[in-house]
Design a binder for this molecule. Structure first.
Ligand code: ADP
Length: 327
């Protein structure tokens, strides 16, 4: 049985995502509402190991709900993979009496939290903060909506210039293991083809389809590629198409890190606030080692173990819709 939580540490870990600040604000203010102390741990697990930990109050999280990035900074911390690193981190928490943690991050961060919590008596609550939306047990992850809207705005602009010149554009969006940004932004911008890691790319079928479109003078085509597609990124896809469609006027646009930054959308601020609030409620109620998610608009708690292992599935229906609407 864990002791009653009185001091909560909050950290952002792994890849940053817009809306993390709104979440930190919610955690700190809900903790204060319950009469708990709140601490901000800087640069994720690195700050835990290096004792870079700050007292937080309501004012420390003022004027951040609209800001992208994370005021707590984030980092990848190889030292936390080692038992000695985690022991150091634990000693620093113990010294301050921090007896509950909220970790905003992706599945790697949850894996670390699970191991840490098994070794030491500190309850950990995970909040999914990742633009990739690749975590099971939640319909939303903080940052996805902002990232996908950034991609949509960029692709709309590319469509204007593609249309002016009758060009074929290959647009690479983020998503090393997950194709959600590509799928959603591709559908929302009317892309002709969407290539994602979850589906094997049939390049010959894609080229056949482009040739057929060339014949009927449909020259403006957008191909949205997730960076982690099995065929390769935007440049590889463009090179292969050019070899087989030498007349096509092809350009590549790699959207890159703009997808991580910027002011979070209303949806990301809402889910960040809701999840942050419920993470503290979880600690107060004595829950431990779960990820707070939202499924069918209700709070949903997944053991950190499962949030680590499972990925969301992309439904075949979406792929069918892409094909029908892109004709
Ligand atoms: P994300 O949380 O965005 O998936 P990472 O996979 O980089 O990002 O994980 C963030 C951090 O979580 C790592 O730098 C490391 O400190 C910690 N972590 C990840 N996996 C483990 C693990 N197996 N054991 C301990 N710590 C881990």
């Amino acid at each position: 049985m864990h002791q009653k939580v009185t001091k909560i540490g909050v950290l952002t870990s792994g890849g940053d995502s817009p809306g993390m600040n709104a979440c930190v604000r919610a955690v700190v203010r809900t903790a204060i509402h319950h009469g708990l102390e709140a601490y901000g741990i800087i640069r994720g697990y690195a700050g835990m190991i290096e004792d870079d930990i700050q007292d937080m109050n309501s004012r420390s999280v003022a004027n951040i709900i609209q800001r992208g990035g994370t005021i707590l900074k984030t980092a990848r911390c190889p030292e936390f993979l080692l038992p000695e690193g985690r022991k150091k981190a634990y000693d620093n928490l113990k010294k301050r009496g921090i007896n509950g943690l909220v970790i905003v991050g992706g599945d790697g961060s949850f894996h670390g939290a699970q191991i840490f919590s098994n070794e030491f008596d500190i309850p950990c609550i995970g909040i999914p903060g990742t633009i990739d939306k690749d975590i099971a047990g939640t319909d939303f992850t903080i940052g996805f909506d902002t990232a996908v809207n950034t991609a949509v705005r960029a692709i709309d602009k590319i469509r204007d210039t593609a249309d002016a010149h009758d060009r074929l554009f290959i647009i690479e969006v983020m998503g090393r293991d997950a194709g959600y940004i590509a799928l959603h932004s591709g559908i929302a911008t009317g892309a002709e083809h969407i290539l994602i890691p979850e589906r094997k790319t049939d390049m010959q079928a894609l080229i056949r389809s482009l040739k057929e479109k060339e014949k009927r003078q449909k020259l403006v085509n957008l191909v949205v590629v997730a960076e982690g597609d099995d065929f390769g990124g935007g440049n590889e896809v463009a090179k292969t198409i050019k070899e087989q469609l030498p007349n096509a006027d092809i350009r590549v646009a790699i959207l890159g890190h703009i997808q991580r930054g910027g002011s979070p959308t209303c949806l990301d601020r809402l889910i960040a606030s809701r999840m942050g609030y419920h993470a503290v409620e979880c600690l107060v109620e004595g829950r431990h080692n779960v990820m707070v998610g939202i499924v069918n608009n209700k709070m949903h708690y997944t053991p950190l173990d499962n949030a680590v292992k499972a990925k969301q599935k992309i439904s075949d229906e979406w792929m069918k819709i892409v094909k029908i609407l892109a004709s």
